[in-house]
Design a protein around this ligand. Sequence first.
Ligand code: NI
Length: 254
Amino acid sequence: MLFDSHAHLDNVRFNDDLEEVIKRARENGVTGIINAGACMESSAASIRLAEQYDSIYAAVGVHPHDVKDIKPGDYDQLAEWTKHPKVVAIGEIGLDYYYNHSPKEVQHQALIAQIDVARQTGMPIIIHDRDAHGDVLQIIKKEAKGLTGVFHCFSGSMEMMREVVAMGFYAAFGGSVTFKNAAKLPAIAAAVPLERLLLETDCPYLTPEPKRGRRNEPAHVKYVAEYIAKLRNMEFTALAEATTDNAKRLFGID
Ligand code: NI
């Protein structure tokens, strides 16, 4: 069994064949999927998907790209949504200095405010960090004491991975670990303590080898699992089981 800890199945690219995509996930052993919110609309869509499909759980939150559009009352709405039994995290939230679609200051404020929502509601956080490692770490250290969560699509250094683990957080890896230009990422994925490792697709993006170039989907998490199992010199089933257990523990799923 496998767990895709980060998917965007509400994306328009799944509009025509979502039933088939869910079926293929099931046929490939994917027993759980976290659908991550990226804005208020997609957070609501995540909840609808979680209501529709047993294997899907929802995260609600506003991505750094979209925080410039946050309106008064949105944070209260996020908190309200966490009362839903299938809402299991606040995310994805974070900083993105690669695109800077929202001003840095607004990104910082919104990240801190959403960490607050997580604290008030007892939710773990799903962190998006692109080219913002130093500031993300600093904010998490200062504002998220006592919280837990995951650095989705981990892209930091070996040293940062150790800090993330020391803070009680998890590191998630997806298709990018399988890419030819992955640099040190495979070595980092091999070094994460097994009990802090998560797998993900971030579908429809970041399709792993050997499917790169096509749309990504939760069934492809098996390629990430195969790749990381090899890196760690482990049996596929042992890695699949451990990472599934980790996801269930982090997100409080039975
Ligand atoms: Ni994402």
